[in-house]
Ligand binder design. Structure first.
Ligand code: ADP
Ligand code: MG
Length: 383
């Protein structure tokens, strides 16, 4: 359980960040603004987080000498994505408090263990089963019906490793030989997707951000708005669910709980991420405390900030590599002229690829509709 007297790690101390992507980058920007030093452990000096951090230790995640060299510099250590070997975080934990712990990581990086953990705790999850091939998928479909979504249980993100099977003739389209660790899920006909980010500090303090409403395209997050369409009653359900999920995991840090909301208002957990999340990016402009600052406060054992909205409404639109023309960067000046109130975030990735998250846009406004329209019309200046 969370130690009630965990040490407060004050500004001026050094936070270690395992992973150099955009989540580590925005974490570093928040932490350095608060007066912390940030040391990033990643594969090159030019990764998005390395570009904005105090120091970088370059190394492979399985290089224990490099991991120890990094961990020795840190007063506390966190991470920015789940697909880090749990062993790396266990090793970090020998040198400094490490949040989320390698136990949380081991759960969150395996869809089967994660869903089973929440199901065992009485939280509603998408119906699922472990599958290895044709026979298991057929018996799963016999119980839950078609379509079925088959995913790799480990190391998928942004829809990678997912296969939607409309009927049994699609079973052979799954590359079964690639791994023996697959999960089948009932395809949920949701009314909408939502997410809720909860923070839990090393002192056991818990606070939730207002839920976000998410729209995915090709299984990748495209836009988020807040406030969501959820009624006060459903917001309370989401808050209870996220709080329980954080407690079941004994999590310290922030946790994003992705939800499917069905037509009758039932909420099912799709997946969780024990770190800041793409759907929470709008908190930078829209909330008193951003998800990144809240994560810093939580892992440092500092009092949590106020996560509530400080504007009426906000919207976020992702900028994928698909927007980059072949012959140079997009016309950002055109976007900024057309939409001077929209905030442009770029992650410093040198290599745009189709489906790769390169940046995002955020707008705040008097209504969700106005905020959504602002980010969408800003993005349209690039297509
Ligand atoms: P990732 O780790 O890639 O984010 P997710 O499981 O969250 O994986 O899937 C990405 C998106 O694909 C979801 O947000 C949702 O839009 C769609 N999706 C995934 N699983 C299901 C499901 N069982 N039923 C309906 N849609 C799904
Ligand atoms: Mg997801």
């Amino acid at each position: 359980a969370v130690a009630t007297k965990a040490k407060r790690i004050l500004p001026g101390s050094t936070i270690g960040m395992v992973g150099g992507g955009q989540l580590g980058r925005m974490f570093s920007v928040a932490a350095t603004r608060m007066g912390y030093d940030v040391v990033v452990f990643c594969a090159s000096n030019d990764e998005p987080a390395a570009q904005v951090s105090t120091r970088t230790v370059v190394g492979r995640l399985d290089d224990s000498q490099a991991v120890i060299e990094f961990a020795r510099q840190c007063d506390v250590i966190s991470l920015e994505f789940e697909n880090i070997p749990a062993e790396t975080m266990r090793l970090c934990g020998e040198h400094a408090p490490t949040y989320p712990s390698h136990h949380v990581l081991a759960t969150a990086q395996d869809r089967l263990i994660e869903k089973q953990t929440f199901a065992d705790a009485g939280l509603a999850v998408t119906p699922f089963a472990r599958v290895t091939g044709r026979d298991c998928v057929q018996s799963f479909a016999a119980e839950h019906g078609w379509p079925v979504i088959v995913k790799t249980a480990r190391s998928g993100y942004d829809g990678k490793g997912q296969h939607r099977l409309d009927d049994e003739s699609d079973i052979d389209s799954v590359p079964w030989q690639e791994t023996d660790h697959w999960i089948a899920e009932k395809c949920i006909e949701f009314q909408a997707e939502a997410s809720i980010i909860v923070a839990r500090s090393a002192h056991g303090e818990v606070r939730c951000f207002p839920p976000f409403e998410n729209h995915h395209v090709n299984h990748i997050l495209d836009t988020t708005v807040c406030p969501s369409f959820l009624s006060p009653e459903l917001i309370e359900n989401a808050v209870n669910l996220a709080t329980k999920a954080a407690e079941v995991l004994d999590l310290v840090g922030v946790l994003c709980v992705e939800l499917f909301v069905t037509a009758d208002g039932t909420m099912l957990i799709n997946e969780v991420a024990p770190r800041p999340h793409n759907s929470g990016h709008l908190t930078i402009e829209a909330c008193h405390t951003s998800q990144f600052e809240q994560h810093v406060r939580a892992v440092c054992g500092m009092p949590l900030g106020d996560p509530s909205l400080r504007v009426a409404a906000a919207a976020m639109a992702n900028l994928l590599g698909d927007l980059w023309p072949n012959d140079g960067p997009p016309a950002w000046d055109q976007l900024q002229r057309a939409q001077p109130t929209v905030a442009l975030h770029l992650y410093g990735k040198r290599d745009p690829k189709v489906g790769r998250k390169m940046g995002h846009l955020t707008a705040t406004a008097d209504s969700v509709e106005a905020a959504r329209e602002a980010v969408l019309s800003a993005r349209r200046t690039q297509v």
